[in-house]
Write a protein that binds this ligand. Structure first.
Ligand code: ATP
Ligand code: MG
Length: 357
């Protein structure tokens, strides 16, 4: 069946996605600094404003929602002010908070940044990182049983802060064994997901190197070397993660798709020099998931993911790409990066997808 890229993006509104991972609150305390403190050589910041935005796995939920999806966000927070702020921030972004569970003796994860104008002065991190309580684990598993059967995809955004316990992973493995769903995993410990048989795992280059226990390679910056290194370790990465596909994101240089018995395929990004490129990975995984859930071929899904990531890279701070913004780009004549010909016979597009030797 043929589908144009705008129709593909339009279909995102019908997709139901379960997001599972550690919810965080990203707080920005903003002010001005025009003098040094007398007690220590540090600036005195006079606060004038505050901005709270969903962070961690909550940012994936927000990105999926911005792209139009119906999102169930499953996580655990503490019974505290930061938890309330996070709920408000999520609701503000249109993400339902029904599945945000509360563990009374837990502290909500928060990253608090003190900003003097646009300059970050310090970041203060707080929150519980030990494994969630047994009864929370059970509640989480019960919710999974309730939500997963009717969803089109599951996205796991695992920060190793105590939510994805062995029991929770076993519960997902059991669900996958009975009725497999599109499962996309972003985790700093992807080897723990080996038995889950994920559809896609998405490490960035550094995470992929760490998985291969080759930290020295992370120092290499030349794109040819990074691509060649990933191509050489294709089978090893697939075996270590147990996934059908490993998509390694290469920041300014896009991404590379690794599949069994297939030459790696590189998706190029238009490099942008940005001050704070955070959250692009969350946008990438969100667009990728929705495109795959709408049955797009993986190269198209990754092209769309790179395009959506480029939208947030062009913005200040951690942002999202909306379905409308993506549509605008797809309808721009200069948009030649996506091989639209695959989906749309009469559109002209120069595929940038290339095989890596
Ligand atoms: N400076 C940049 N210019 C253009 N595209 C970029 C840039 N940085 C990231 N991207 C895009 O975002 C995608 C994800 O970036 P990256 O590889 O840094 O993932 P990540 O480390 O998981 O994300 P993040 O750094 O946001 O936590 C890349 O595949 C690329 O498409
Ligand atoms: Mg990165």
């Amino acid at each position: 069946m043929e589908m144009t890229l705008p129709a593909l993006v339009h279909s995102f509104t019908d997709r139901r996605v379960v997001v599972l991972g550690e919810a965080m609150l990203d707080s920005y305390l903003m002010g001005s600094a025009d003098r040094l403190c007398q007690e220590a050589p540090v600036p005195v910041v006079t606060l004038s404003d505050r901005r709270d935005v969903p962070g961690g796995a909550a940012n994936v939920a927000v990105n999926l929602r911005a792209l139009g999806a119906q999102v169930s966000f499953l996580s655990v927070v503490g019974e505290d002010e930061n938890g309330d702020r996070l709920r408000q921030a999520l609701a503000h972004c249109g993400v339902k908070i029904d599945d945000l569970l509360v563990q009374t003796d837990r502290q909500t994860l928060v990253k608090q940044r003190i900003m003097a104008a646009s300059q970050m002065v310090v970041r203060l991190d707080q929150g519980s990182i030990e494994a969630i309580a047994l009864e929370m684990e059970q509640q989480l598993i019960d919710r999974l049983h309730k939500l997963v059967p009717s969803c089109d995809a599951i996205v796991i955004s695992d920060y190793s802060y105590g939510l994805l316990t062995p029991r929770v992973l076993d519960a997902i493995a059991a669900l996958q064994a009975t009725a497999p769903k599109l499962l996309v995993v972003d985790s700093k410990r992807l080897a723990s997901y080996r038995s889950l048989g994920a559809t896609v795992v998405k490490p960035n280059y550094e995470e992929a190197c760490r998985l291969l226990a080759d930290p020295a390679t992370t120092l290499t910056t030349a794109v040819e070397t990074r691509l060649e290194f990933m191509a050489r370790h294709r089978e090893q990465l697939l075996n270590l993660t147990g996934a059908d596909m490993v998509i390694v994101t290469l920041d300014t240089e896009g991404a590379v798709i690794l599949q069994r018995q297939q030459a790696p395929q590189r998706i190029q990004a238009k490099p942008t020099t940005c001050r704070q490129a955070t959250g692009a990975g969350d946008t990438f995984i969100s667009a990728l998931t929705l495109a795959l859930a709408s049955h797009a071929p993986v190269t198209i899904a990754a092209e769309l993911a790179v395009t959506a990531a480029a939208v947030v890279i062009a913005k200040e701070g951690t942002e999202t790409c909306s379905a409308e913004e993506l549509q605008t780009i797809l309808n721009t004549p200069m948009m030649h990066r996506i091989p639209t010909s695959v989906w749309n016979n009469d559109a002209e597009g120069n595929p940038s997808t290339q095989e890596v030797a």
